[in-house]
Design a protein around this ligand. Structure first.
Ligand SMILES: Nc1nc2c(ncn2[C@@H]2O[C@H](COP(=O)(O)OP(=O)(O)O)[C@@H](O)[C@H]2O)c(=O)[nH]1
Ligand SMILES: [Mg+2]
Length: 191
């Protein structure tokens, strides 16, 4: 029998943000490298899993929870935050309101996670729609800086920066979970 392969440690990442900003499309683009033009369908919840080799040469399983931005699903979102170890707050660069609503999602994470330091990333999606842009890159950067979190602009349509963005949050979630002992270092799992 071949030696039993170690199970890839799970990295639970929550994708959140207002409705119709492209959360579901980002998750699908990351997992399957496709963008399907579709009528807006407010997802309740969905899970995507993808294995990825990170900088330490070890394979991890990104467990991506796609959540609903609508206020009626707040209970589900709160559960997702409790189980999450890393967060992507997504807004659309062509929807001012979705940018203004970032603060509410930040506060929700802070409320649910208490003083715990968790990796959070701000993501301005739909950067392929440059002519309709209402939030500048600088505004996104400056909000991220204010919270001390990282910032990416992405397009779920063209795939621009989508993989880089998920890998970046995964690296930080991995570091944070190793530090807190929620996952074990590769060298400690031999025995
Ligand atoms: N042009 C463009 N449209 C997008 C992009 N991402 C999502 N969309 C469109 O925006 C709408 C909402 O996307 P969806 O992923 O369902 O949003 P969610 O509610 O945040 O999950 C859909 O009609 C998508 O086709 C993007 O990066 N560029
Ligand atoms: Mg959705």
């Amino acid at each position: 029998m071949p030696p039993k392969k170690d199970k890839a440690p799970e990295l639970p990442i929550v994708v959140m943000g207002s409705g119709a900003v492209g959360k579901s499309c980002l998750a699908v683009q990351y997992q399957h490298s496709i963008f399907e033009e579709h009528d807006y369908d407010p997802t309740i919840e969905d899970n995507h899993r993808k294995e990825e080799e990170l900088a330490d040469g070890r394979t991890y399983c990104l467990n991506i929870r796609d959540t609903a931005g609508e206020p009626e699903f707040i209970g589900l979102l709160e559960n997702a935050i409790e189980e999450g170890e890393g967060f992507m707050i997504v807004y659309s660069i062509i929807d001012k309101r979705s940018f203004e609503e970032v603060v509410g999602f930040m506060e929700l994470i802070q409320k649910k996670k208490g003083g715990e330091e968790v990796p959070i990333m701000l993501v301005g999606n739909k950067c392929d729609c440059e002519s309709e842009r209402v939030t500048t890159t600088e505004q996104g950067q400056s909000l991220a800086k204010h919270y001390g979190i990282t910032f990416f602009e992405t397009s779920a349509k063209t795939g621009e920066q989508v993989k880089a963005c998920f890998i970046s949050i995964a690296e930080r979630v991995k570091e944070s979970m190793l530090k807190s002992g929620k996952i074990k270092d590769k060298n400690c799992t031999l025995m």
